[in-house]
Design a binder for this molecule. Structure first.
Ligand SMILES: NC(=O)c1ccc[n+]([C@@H]2O[C@H](COP(=O)([O-])OP(=O)(O)OC[C@H]3O[C@@H](n4cnc5c(N)ncnc54)[C@H](OP(=O)(O)O)[C@@H]3O)[C@@H](O)[C@H]2O)c1
Length: 272
């Protein structure tokens, strides 16, 4: 049976992957910089000394890349070398639908992971969970106005629980998937449509305001984001505006055997 190291084990998808593995009786250790409970192991991308203990006995890894690193391959490549030496055969990478192998940063990781004996690359669209927690969109929900540079283009928002369910199958199915899964929810929605669903559920007004890319970038830098990162986020909105995320894939249902969760169900169950 697989023994899985789940990186980002306290994060949006990682904690759901840990829960899903344990439900199936699969041993899973949740990697975190600050372990606080049983089943967690200390792991810091920037401290290689933590990698060997985290990897000991693992046969599979759920890989969430170092967040905010412009060149994550510099950290991930030696980690994967250590992982294969330690006996890991299977790697499931959390990438993004916006990333191809030619994209700087996360694109390099897709190439590295395909070299594993058994691999899967998950390419989710934008997370429904961006409407909750600390994300800028969630702040917009609280302020009553979500601001993006996406115009009225649509995004097939996907539930983090569905991403995790696919990851659990990719980590534990007897046959490795050895493929990419582009993961979406069951329908593509504009931010205005999503805002209307949220407002109907909470009873509090929320609207979407579409701004130009330059204004959006300026808002991000004014909120404290470094200019380079603000430009990357604004470029992603521009891709959405051109229609890059306006498509629905059957992958969640094909892999898990059940339909992807709708945005309405997500809003009703997770937005307070
Ligand atoms: N949000 C979206 O719409 C979306 C869409 C597609 C793809 N993605 C991808 O999803 C990934 C996750 O993004 P997220 O914002 O949702 O993050 P997240 O999973 O909520 O949280 C980050 C995780 O990384 C861990 N972490 C942070 N710094 C670390 C370090 N130095 N060493 C080890 N672990 C560290 C944190 O653990 P501790 O704090 O416990 O150490 C936490 O578990 C990103 O690669 C992003 O590109 C996101």
């Amino acid at each position: 049976m697989a023994d899985v190291l789940v990186l980002g084990g306290t994060g949006t998808t990682g904690r759901r992957v840990v829960a899903g593995l344990r439900e199936r009786g699969v041993p899973a250790r949740a990697a975190t910089r600050k372990p606080a409970e049983a089943g967690q192991v200390r792991f810091d991308w920037t401290d290689r000394a933590t990698h060997a203990d985290a990897l000991r006995g693992a046969t599979a890894v759920y890989l969430v890349a170092p967040i905010g690193e412009a060149a994550p391959a510099a950290l991930v490549e030696p980690f994967l070398a250590d992982a294969f030496d330690a006996g890991v055969r299977r790697v499931v990478l959390l990438s993004s639908s916006a990333v191809t192998e030619d994209s700087p940063g996360l694109g390099d990781l897709q190439r590295l992971v395909r070299a594993a004996p058994e691999w899967t690359v998950l390419k989710p669209s934008w997370f429904m969970q961006n409407f909750t927690g600390e994300h800028l969109v969630a702040q917009g929900v609280r302020d009553g106005e979500i601001v993006t540079a996406t115009g009225d283009a649509r995004v097939a928002f996907v539930d983090a629980g569905d991403i995790a369910a696919v990851a659990v199958r990719a980590l534990t199915d007897p046959e490795p998937h050895n493929t990419e899964h582009v993961l979406t929810g069951p329908a593509a929605l504009s931010y205005a449509e999503a805002a209307r669903i949220v407002a109907a559920h909470t009873g509090r007004p929320v609207r979407h305001r579409a701004v130009g890319t330059a204004e959006f970038t300026a808002r991000l830098t004014a909120s404290g984001l470094p200019e380079e990162f603000a430009a990357v986020l604004a470029a992603l909105d521009e891709d959405i505006r051109r229609g890059a995320e306006d498509r629905v894939t059957p992958a969640v249902e094909q892999v898990t055997g059940r339909p992807a969760r709708s945005f309405r169900t997500f809003a009703e169950e997770e937005i307070r």
